[in-house]
Design a protein around this ligand. Structure first.
Ligand code: UDP
Length: 249
């Protein structure tokens, strides 16, 4: 452990899903290190609370396999998905350096073997790093094509027995309708996994929801772009929308 008193924390072990669009300026693509540095400052403050933090990086700022294959006839869909997974490694490397620059100990673990760039993901090693107080950055998704890093986040959360999956988005949580289209859309403070699936609320992809539902791992959807929100979410403040099992309501 990192030495802090963690008994007062709302969660001991958190899986944070950071989408690729947190790595670039709004509306742009690629990597902006000033955006990554801002994100890292928030992560540093979270790390200082003593919570064990594993971060799954998305890659959509660089390439999403499904979209790329749809517009590029010369590429096989699985190849496009592997390109997407490599994009998450690029983001992972950027996040690792940004965190280490401000004194946060990290380990980058890749689901695709990549000696010289990152450690290979091994569940027990990942847990050990967390216990030693290192921020673990999980890259290359699940290592298999045709899924997204949402599924990787849910899967890894199950494997490492995380208390919660936190998904940072550009909106404040789950709404009755798309708030960027209808400003009168209502924010739900809590919804069930079943509602997310039946109403197709688009919190995460269905495979990710199924993993969390089966393992009874709640998901918090919140706006990571408001400064301090990652810390608020980690400390258990009622922000965003919690996705929970029907029984616990
Ligand atoms: N990807 C994949 N397998 C995985 C995780 C990701 O094939 O286990 C590919 C997929 O093509 C995906 C891309 O990597 O579109 C980038 O991840 P994602 O779209 O989830 O990134 P985000 O939307 O979170 O930025």
């Amino acid at each position: 452990m990192s030495g802090s008193d963690t008994s007062q924390l709302a969660y001991q072990r958190v899986l944070l899903k950071v989408s690729g669009n947190s790595f670039c300026r709004p509306g742009e693509s690629g990597i902006s290190m000033s955006e990554v540095a801002e994100l890292s400052e928030q992560i540093k403050r979270v790390h200082e609370t003593g919570v064990e933090l594993a971060i799954v990086c998305g890659g959509g700022n660089i390439l999403r396999g499904k979209q790329f294959a749809a517009v590029s006839a010369a590429i096989n869909p699985p190849t496009a998905h592997y390109m997407g997974m490599l994009a998450t490694v690029i983001n992972g490397l950027a996040l690792q350096d940004a965190l280490e620059n401000i004194g946060v100990p990290t380990r980058l673990l890749s689901a695709i073997r990549m000696e010289g760039v990152a450690e290979t993901f091994i569940r027990r090693r990942c847990v050990r790093h967390l216990e030693k107080g290192r921020v673990v950055i999980l890259a290359a998704g699940t290592g298999s094509p045709f899924v997204t890093t949402d599924t990787a986040a849910a899967l890894r959360a199950r494997e490492i027995k995380a208390d919660i999956v936190m998904k940072g988005t550009r909106v404040d949580g789950v709404y009755s309708e798309d708030p960027e289209i209808n400003p009168h859309a209502v924010l739900y403070p809590e919804v069930t996994f079943e509602e997310v699936l039946s109403k197709e609320l688009g919190v995460m992809d269905a495979q990710a929801i199924h993993h969390c539902m089966e393992a009874k791992i709640p998901i918090l959807v919140f706006n990571y772009q408001r400064v301090g929100n990652i810390e608020r979410a980690i400390s258990g403040e009622p922000i965003g929308t919690r996705v929970v099992s029907a029984k616990s309501q």
